[in-house]
Design a protein. Structure first.
Length: 226
């Protein structure tokens, strides 16, 4: 129990620190990337110099990716606490990832049947959902008939959000690594999405249950107490 509390405090510190660092990093990254793009247009560059610039732009792009897994929405200084049933968050973030789903030929199903409300930080919750939706879509990369199903219901005073994909699935061992910083099996992965998701759900004293079968798909079930 004590370990649990320490773990939970650690997660809080991690997510707060990450949010503010990410926020501060965004401006310098954008500015640097802009100037490099300008520089890249110069007619006096040698091929070697051009190569350096392009490599730098790629690396900046990667840094931006890391930040966006942590903070597409969050404004870390401004807490955004609401008391609501989570439908708006699930639906809004579903709309945000629709273009991404379409590019990957993934169909998205959405169903809602919950009358309970709870307190949560809107920014954190949206970021968490985006990360889970994105992982679901990415797990169905290259498949023809992938489906991402999002369902909100209630069970014993808990709000249940279920996010199911028909993708590659995970072994028990892979499941046990979820949420470890920088654990990623993707070529361009950050390994930060699940860490962020766990820490956001941890903040509302919720739990995430994972059910997965290799080659069949994965279900993330979030239970948030009201
Ligand atoms: P990233 O997506 O950048 O790799 P995440 O922290 O979001 O980092 O996810 C970590 C790893 O967990 C992924 O690389 C993948 O191996 C695994 N994973 C997460 N969600 C799923 C899923 N829905 N289906 C299969 N594997 C998943
Ligand atoms: Mg991810």
């Amino acid at each position: 129990n004590r370990d649990r509390i320490m773990q939970s405090e650690r997660l809080n510190v991690v997510s707060e620190l990450a949010a503010s660092v990410s926020h501060e990093m965004r401006n310098p990254l954008t500015v640097t990337s802009g100037f490099l793009q300008l520089l890249n247009k110069s007619k006096t560059l040698t091929p070697e110099e051009k190569g350096y610039i392009e490599l730098s732009l790629l690396e900046l792009n990667r840094a931006e990716k890391i930040i966006s897994d942590y903070l597409s929405f969050a404004k870390p200084q401004a807490e955004n606490m609401v008391y609501s049933n989570l439908q708006a968050e699930c639906e809004y973030t579903k709309n945000v990832i629709m273009p991404y789903a379409t590019i990957h030929k993934v169909a998205v199903e959405f169903s809602f049947n919950n009358s309970l409300s709870t307190h949560y930080d809107r920014n954190l919750m949206q970021q968490c959902l985006i990360n889970l939706y994105k992982n679901g879509i990415e797990a169905m990369k290259g498949m023809e008939d992938g489906v991402l199903s999002i369902d909100i219901s209630e069970r014993k005073q808990n709000i249940i959000i279920s996010i199911r994909d028909t993708g590659i699935g995970m072994t028990k061992d892979e499941i046990s690594r979820l949420g470890k910083p920088y654990y990623s099996t993707k070529e361009e992965g950050t390994g930060l999405g699940m860490l962020m998701a766990y820490s956001a759900i941890n903040k509302v004293k919720g739990v995430i249950e994972v059910r997965s079968e290799k080659g069949k798909g994965t279900t993330f079930e979030i239970a948030i107490p009201t």
